[in-house]
Structure formats: C-alpha cells, structure tokens
Design a protein around this ligand. Structure first.
Ligand code: SF4
Ligand code: SF4
Length: 336
C-alpha cells in the first residue's frame, strides 16, 4: 500500500493554498473598494485604501486587447499592464504545468469546488449531466473562447486596439468590475445564484461548461509535459481514481491523462490505494516524482511571472490618484 498520508496530505495542502489565495484576492478587492471610497472623498483608513494591480486579474478581456497591442507594437500598454502580466503568467503555468492554475489558485475554481463539496454533503453525491448532453455543453466554453479570439485577436483593427487602451472606458474598467460584484444588478445576481445552484448539483459547472479562460488554458495544457500516468501492470482496476476525479475522466483506463479537462488537482493520485501506481509524471522520467514537485512548479511559475512583470516595470498602472478623481464622476457615462 502506498503512503496514504502523503497523498492525502497533498490534497489538504491544495485546499490550504486555494483558501490562502482566495483570502488574498478578497483582501486585494477590499482594499480596492476602500481606495475607491477614498477617491470619492469618504473618510477611510488611507493605509488600507490601496489599489493593488492584482485587481487587474479580473480583466481578462481587456488583457486580450492588451495582448494584441503588445504583439502589434512590441510595447506593453501602461494602463493596467498587470492585466496582461497576470494573463500571460496564467497561460505560462498551463502551458508548462497543465491547468494547475484552475485547481490550485483560481478563486472562481475554489468557490466552485466548495459549492460541489457542499452539494455532495447535502445530496450525498454529485450528479452528472447525461453524456449525450455533456459533450455539446462542454463545447460552450470553446465557442465563447472562439468568439473573443475572433472579435479581439483576429478582427479588431490596430487603431481600435490603441483607441480602446487609451480610452477612459479601459481606465475605469477595474472600478466597473468592482461594481459588478458590489453593486450587482438583479440580472447579475440571478445569474450568480443560478450558477451557484447548478454547482451544488454538478461539479465545476461554470468551469466545465462556460469558462472561456478555462477553455484556453485547457488547450494550452495539451503542450504541458506534466500528466497523470498510470502503471498498467500494478493497477488493480478498482476505479477509485475515476470516482475521485471532479472532471469525470476515466483515469482507470488511461495510461496517461492528456485531456484538456484535467486540472492537475491530484485527487485521483490521493484516491489510489496502491503505492506509486498513479502519479503526476514527466515523460522523460520513469521514477515517481516527489508529490510536492507539481504544485511547487505551479506556484513557482506564478511567482516568476508576476515577479518578471514587477521587475520590468509592467505592474503598476500609469493612472494616478488624480486620474481616478477625474474619471470617477464620469463612471455612469462611461459604463455604456
Ligand atoms: S485526472 Fe486526476 S488530476 Fe486530472 S482532474 Fe482528474 S482527479 Fe484531477
Ligand atoms: S485507483 Fe489506482 S489501482 Fe485503482 S484503478 Fe485507479 S490507478 Fe488503478
């Protein structure tokens, strides 16, 4: 029997990392909300009211426009450069270390996972959408990805890209994103509640069927050298790995899991009762990798990407406090 403690420990470590990262994002968001109140002239603790460039992680569509600008001009646009840095960092993680961002760091992925774990407690199990419906529904996120890629990367003219990035609309997009969460319209609230409700029944409903970011990361992850590898000789066919997989992958019949749906969560590895039969592996190494190598790679790549953005001066936005004070009263006009 394998060292069950170590394998289960890695799942516990993942949950701690997820919780830490979610808490960090909430802190960044809270400080940004206080910053906006400070800009509005309200009395808040100015030491808490800080705008961290991390908020730009919630601007992936703008990041795509910024990416096009970078590819065309060779320059990273100075307004909200962290949006592009975070986007490229996440892409790099998935290119090299599967969809590790989704299962180890993404706050939406964490909330989605909490919802389906709660659902399992409430109903005793998670449900699965019929296979004939599951496959076309999974195509939804690829269609959304195709829509954004066509709209921005393929069809948007260079002048329109430059005009968008220089516009007040892009400048205040971080505030609009904040208000998307703090001043939800009835429609937004209804959609959030519906997605949460569906996630209680169906594991990772948003990630599996709708997230275009996840679709892109899944495609990039096909190039990753990391993959779950099963030793066919030693496998007893107990199917515990497949039962534990939140992406419903048939791990117990695969020699290697290469699916773009694999998030590198290691739940299958933790569930396998046999010693070193199932592991996150690299193609050029036959021996089992120490369990910590894969998550350490994900976290290291994240740190390297963000660090590179900071060190090269592409982290802080060029917008000043005076810019925010000038633009904030215009927010409603800029929202449409
Ligand atoms: S195959 Fe394993 S690592 Fe991949 S999603 Fe399923 S449980 Fe997670
Ligand atoms: S849990 Fe392990 S032993 Fe059981 S089917 Fe999966 S790989 Fe084979």
């Amino acid at each position: 029997m394998r060292n069950r403690g170590a394998a289960e420990g890695i799942v516990a470590v993942r949950r701690v990392v997820q919780g830490f990262f979610l808490g960090f994002i909430l802190l960044v968001g809270t400080r940004f909300a206080l910053f906006i109140r400070y800009v509005e002239g309200e009395a808040v603790f100015s030491s808490l009211a800080q705008r961290s460039p991390g908020v730009e992680g919630f601007l992936p569509i703008g990041a795509l426009v910024s990416l096009k600008h970078w590819l065309q001009s060779g320059q990273i646009h100075p307004v909200h450069p962290a949006a592009l840095v975070i986007f490229l960092t996440i892409c790099l993680i998935c290119l090299l270390a599967r969809k590790g961002f989704c299962s180890w760091l993404c706050p939406v992925g964490t909330l989605s996972e909490w919802a389906h774990r709660l659902g399992r407690r409430l109903w005793g199990r998670n449900f699965r959408i019929w296979r004939w419906l599951d496959l076309p529904l999974r195509g939804g996120k690829y269609l959304l990805l195709l829509f954004f890629v066509k709209l921005i990367l393929l069809d948007m003219p260079g002048e329109a890209v430059a005009a968008f990035l220089a516009s007040p609309y892009w400048a205040v997009s971080d505030i609009k994103m904040l208000h998307f969460f703090t001043r939800m319209s009835l429609t937004t609230l209804t959609v959030h509640l519906a997605l949460t409700g569906l996630s209680l029944f169906y594991a990772n409903f948003w990630c599996r069927y709708l997230c275009p970011y996840g679709a892109l990361l899944g495609l990039l992850s096909l190039a990753s050298p990391f993959r779950i590898r099963r030793d066919i000789e030693g496998c007893t066919g107990c199917r515990r790995c497949s039962a534990a997989c939140p992406s419903f992958l048939p791990v117990h019949v695969k020699k290697e899991v290469r699916s773009p749906e694999c998030t590198g969560c290691l739940s299958c590895v933790a569930a396998c009762p046999e010693r070193a039969i199932l592991q996150m592996a690299l193609p050029f190494r036959r021996e089992p990798l120490p369990l910590f190598v894969y998550p350490a790679t994900v976290l290291l790549l994240y740190g390297l990407g963000i660090g590179a953005g900071m060190l090269t001066g592409h982290w802080q936005s060029s917008l000043t406090l005076a810019d925010y004070q000038r633009l904030l009263p215009l927010l409603d006009l800029l929202a449409h």
